[in-house]
Design a protein around this ligand. Structure first.
Ligand SMILES: Cc1cc2nc3c(=O)[nH]c(=O)nc-3n(C[C@H](O)[C@H](O)[C@H](O)COP(=O)(O)OP(=O)(O)OC[C@H]3O[C@@H](n4cnc5c(N)ncnc54)[C@H](O)[C@@H]3O)c2cc1C
Ligand SMILES: NC(=O)c1ccc[n+]([C@@H]2O[C@H](COP(=O)([O-])OP(=O)(O)OC[C@H]3O[C@@H](n4cnc5c(N)ncnc54)[C@H](O)[C@@H]3O)[C@@H](O)[C@H]2O)c1
Length: 502
C-alpha cells in the first residue's frame, strides 16, 4: 500500500551530469502542466527547452491532485447514477450497497502509475523534445539557473527565458499541536489506502468538500470544520448551501464559522482531538488540513535577483498579462501556473503555459506586439473574466466568471437570474433529478453574461457553453438564439431565459 513516506519522490535518473548542453533557449523550474506546456510549445516552434523537476515529473495534477482525487470519486458517482435510474437500479444486488473500496484504490493507483513517473510522464515530456533534468532549480542571476541534485550540480544558461512554474503547496494554520499531530495534507488524502473511521476535515473549500464526498463513499464518518459562514466560500453561497445540505443528508456534520484552537494526538497514529473555537472538543481518527495553498517561491533563488521581499511576503509572483514578471527588467523571467496565484487550477496552468510560450517565442523572434490586446495570443485575459471550475461533489457544482458576491465586492451593478436546473432532459437523465439550481450574472446595463453557476448531478458538461458565451461577450438577448437541444440537460438555459422574462 503506498504512503507518502514510502513513495520514491526522487528517482535516480536524469541526473544533472547527464545533460549534454548547459545552454537552452528556455529553462523551466517545475514540470507541472504550466512548465511542460511552455517547454513543448517553445520546442514546437524551433526553440530548445530544459525542464527541471525536484520530485515526480508531471507535478501535482497526475500524482497528488486532480487525477488521484477524481479517480476515486467517479465509482461512487456511477453507483449513485445507477441507483437513480429505474430499470437499472432494480439490477443492483442491494439498494444500499457501497463501492468496493479496495477496487477504487486500485483504480486510483493505476491512474497514478503507482506514483512512478517513468511509466507515462517522463516519456510524454521527452516525447515533446523537452530535455529533462531531476534536481532543485535555483536562479543564480539573470538568465542563469543552477540545478542541484545531491552531490551533483550544474549551472545552466537561458538564451531567452526562465519560467518559474513551481506550483503551490498546502498551508497549515498556526494552531498549537497541529504539526506535532502529523495531520494529513491533500497529498495523504489522495494517496492513502487506509480509510479512517472518523475523518475530521479542517477547511470546507474545494479540497475539503471533494475529500468529504470521497471518504464518505469509502464508509468513513466525516466532520468538516470550516471558518467561513458557508462552505465553498469562493462560490455563490447557494452552491455551498446545496452541497452542505446534500452532505448532511448522507451523514456529514459541518461546523460553520468554526475553527480549531488546539490539537492533541497523544500517541502517534492514534486518535486525534481538536479543540474548537466554540470551546467544544471533537475526537476523530485522522485530521485532514485543507485550508488553502501558498505559492512555492522559497529556495528558488529569487533573492539573487533582488526579489527577497517577494519571497518573505509569501505572495504569489506578480506578472503582466503575458505572464512576464515586471519586477525585474529585461523581460526574461516568467511565472506560470499556481505560483502566480491568478487561478489555482490545472486548466489555467495549461492556459498559462500556452500564453507564456507564445510571448517567449514572439519576444525571441522580435515580433511581440507593442500594445498587446485583450484576448490576443499574448494575454491571459481569461484569468480575469472566465475561469471555469468544476467541484466534483454530489451534487456537482460548475462555475465560471463572476459570482454574485464577487460582483457585489467589486461594486458592479449586475442582474442575477436564477432558475431550477430540473428539465425533462435532466429527469430523463436521472429519476427524480433534484438539488438542481442555476444562476446567470448579467451586466445590469448591457445584459452581457458575466458569470454562471450550475448545481446538479452531472452538470459538468454544461459549463463550457457558459464559458464560451462569457469569452464571446454574449448578451442574454443573443443567448435566446442559442437553442439547447431537446431533451437534454442544457435546457436549463431555457429555464434561465424564461426567468429573465425573454
Ligand atoms: C487535492 C487537489 C485536487 C485538485 N483537483 C483539481 C481538479 O480537479 N481540477 C483542476 O483544474 N485543478 C485541481 N487542483 C489544482 C491543480 O492540481 C493545480 O492547479 C495544478 O497542479 C498546478 O499546476 P502547476 O504546473 O502550476 O504546478 P504543479 O503541478 O504543482 O507543478 C510544480 C512542480 O514544480 C516542482 N518544483 C517546485 N520547486 C522546484 C524547484 N525549485 N526546482 C525544480 N522543481 C521544482 C514541484 O516538485 C512540482 O512538481 C487540485 C489541487 C489539489 C491539491
Ligand atoms: N475540482 C477542482 O477544480 C479543485 C479541486 C481541489 C483543489 N482545487 C484548487 O486547489 C485550491 C486549494 O483548495 P483548498 O480547498 O485547499 O482551499 P480553498 O481556498 O478552496 O478553501 C479553503 C477553506 O478552508 C477554510 N479555512 C481557512 N482557514 C481555516 C481555518 N483556520 N479553520 C477552518 N477553516 C479554514 C476556508 O473558509 C475555506 O472554506 C483551490 O483554490 C482550487 O483552485 C481545485
Amino acid at each position: 500500500m503506498p504512503t507518502t513516506d514510502s513513495i520514491n519522490l526522487h528517482p535516480k535518473t536524469h541526473l544533472p551530469s547527464s545533460l549534454k548542453s548547459q545552454v537552452y533557449d528556455v529553462i523551466c523550474l517545475g514540470s507541472g502542466w504550466a512548465g511542460r506546456v511552455v517547454a513543448a510549445r517553445c520546442i514546437a516552434q524551433g526553440l530548445t527547452a530544459v525542464v527541471i523537476e525536484r520530485e515526480l515529473v508531471g507535478g501535482d495534477c497526475p500524482f497528488w491532485a486532480c487525477v488521484p482525487s477524481k479517480a476515486p470519486l467517479r465509482p461512487a458517482e456511477a453507483l449513485e447514477a445507477a441507483r437513480k435510474m429505474g430499470g437499472a437500479k432494480e439490477r443492483l444486488v442491494s439498494t444500499d450497497v457501497g463501492v468496493d473500496v479496495q477496487a477504487v484504490f486500485q483504480r486510483r493507483d493505476a491512474f497514478t502509475s503507482r506514483w512512478d513517473d517513468m511509466d507515462h510522464l517522463v516519456p510524454i515530456v521527452e516525447g515533446s523534445g523537452t530535455t529533462l533534468v531531476r534536481g532543485t532549480g535555483k536562479i543564480v542571476g539573470e538568465k542563469r539557473v543552477v540545478v542541484e541534485n545531491g552531490p551533483e550540480s550544474v549551472e545552466l544558461e537561458a538564451r531567452h527565458a526562465v519560467v518559474i512554474s513551481t506550483g503551490s503547496e498546502a498551508v497549515y494554520p498556526g494552531v498549537p499541536g497541529l504539526i506535532e499531530a502529523k495531520p494529513w495534507t491533500p497529498r495523504e488524502a489522495t494517496s492513502s489506502s487506509i480509510v479512517p473511521d472518523h475523518l475530521i476535515i479542517l477547511g470546507g473549500g474545494v479540497v475539503g468538500c471533494e475529500m468529504a464526498t470521497a471518504y464518505l463513499s469509502f464508509g468513513a464518518k466525516v466532520t468538516i470544520v470550516n471558518k467561513t459562514a458557508e462552505i465553498l466560500p469562493r462560490l455563490d453561497p447557494e452552491a455551498g448551501k446545496l452541497v452542505r445540505e446534500s452532505l448532511a443528508r448522507r451523514g456529514v456534520t459541518t461546523l460553520l464559522s468554526t475553527t480549531i484552537t488546539a490539537v492533541q494526538r497523544p500517541s502517534p497514529g492514534g486518535a486525534v482531538t481538536v479543540t474548537l473555537s466554540s470551546g467544544d472538543s471533537l475526537t476523530g481518527s485522522e485530521i485532514l488540513v485543507a485550508v488553502g495553498r501558498r505559492p512555492v517561491t522559497w529556495n528558488i533563488g529569487l533573492e539573487t535577483i533582488g526579489l527577497q521581499s517577494l519571497v518573505e511576503s509569501g505572495r504569489p509572483l506578480p506578472v503582466d498579462e503575458s505572464l512576464c514578471m515586471t519586477a525585474i527588467p529585461g523581460q526574461w523571467l516568467y511565472a506560470a501556473g499556481d505560483v502566480n496565484g491568478r487561478a489555482l487550477l490545472t486548466h489555467t496552468s495549461k492556459y498559462h503555459g500556452r500564453i507564456a510560450a507564445n510571448a517567449i517565442i514572439a519576444r525571441a523572434k522580435g515580433v511581440f506586439p507593442s500594445n498587446p490586446a485583450k484576448f490576443d495570443a499574448f494575454s491571459a485575459t481569461a484569468d480575469r473574466v472566465a475561469v471555469p471550475q468544476v467541484i466534483f461533489t454530489s451534487p456537482t457544482v460548475v462555475s465560471v466568471g463572476l459570482t454574485r458576491s464577487a460582483a457585489q465586492h467589486e461594486g458592479r451593478a449586475v442582474r442575477e437570474i436564477t432558475a431550477a436546473a430540473a428539465t425533462l432532459g435532466a429527469r430523463l437523465h436521472a429519476d427524480g433529478y433534484e438539488d438542481g439550481w442555476a444562476q446567470w450574472i448579467l451586466d445590469l446595463d448591457s445584459g452581457v453574461l458575466l458569470g454562471a453557476t450550475i448545481v446538479g448531478q452531472d452538470a459538468t458538461d454544461l459549463l463550457h457553453a457558459s464559458t464560451v458565451a462569457i469569452v464571446g461577450g454574449m448578451k442574454i438577448e443573443q443567448l435566446v438564439h442559442a437553442i439547447p437541444a431537446f431533451p437534454t440537460m442544457s435546457e436549463v438555459c431555457l429555464n434561465l431565459i424564461d426567468a429573465a422574462g425573454l
